[in-house]
Design a binder for this molecule. Structure first.
Ligand SMILES: [Ca+2]
Length: 141
């Protein structure tokens, strides 16, 4: 494969990544849902009433989520859209992470869904998907 072709392929891959990342842009609005649901039920609820469970793909989005939940710190865990520590519910692609020290640990081989803990600065922890917790959806692109 010549340099020119490889270069073109690289650009196409880059453009594809940019298009994926635009799926949830700065105009998205975040919705805290005060209902206790399993991760899967929360995902269904978000897809029915909003767009999807929220993705947190960079420091800006992390800060938005923290701002949103300043008044909800008393909830122990809040579901976000991360599954099996790498797949975002809305197919977002990001290397950003904010795991709490020692997490993810997949305790008991039964923790495949991710929650944010606001008693711990919004850091992430993997938890059992069948645990009922409040959750965050987003609406918009
Ligand atoms: Ca864990």
């Amino acid at each position: 494969m010549g340099y020119g072709i490889r270069h073109t392929v690289s650009i196409i891959v880059l453009l594809s990544a940019m298009m994926v990342s635009r799926r949830q842009n700065a105009s998205a609005s975040y919705v805290f849902v005060y209902q206790y649901k399993t991760w899967t039920a929360a995902q269904s609820y978000c897809r029915e009433h909003h767009t999807d469970l929220v993705s947190i793909r960079n420091e800006t989005e992390h800060q938005k989520i923290q701002d949103l939940l300043k008044n909800n710190y008393y909830y122990y865990y809040v579901w976000i859209g991360l599954y099996r520590t790498r797949s975002w519910s809305d197919q977002s692609n990001s290397s950003f992470s904010n795991w709490r020290t020692g997490q993810p640990d997949n305790a008991g081989n039964s923790e495949y869904c991710t929650a944010v803990s606001f008693s711990d600065s919004g850091s992430w922890t993997d938890e059992n998907c069948n645990t009922a917790s409040p959750f965050i959806c987003y609406s918009g692109e």
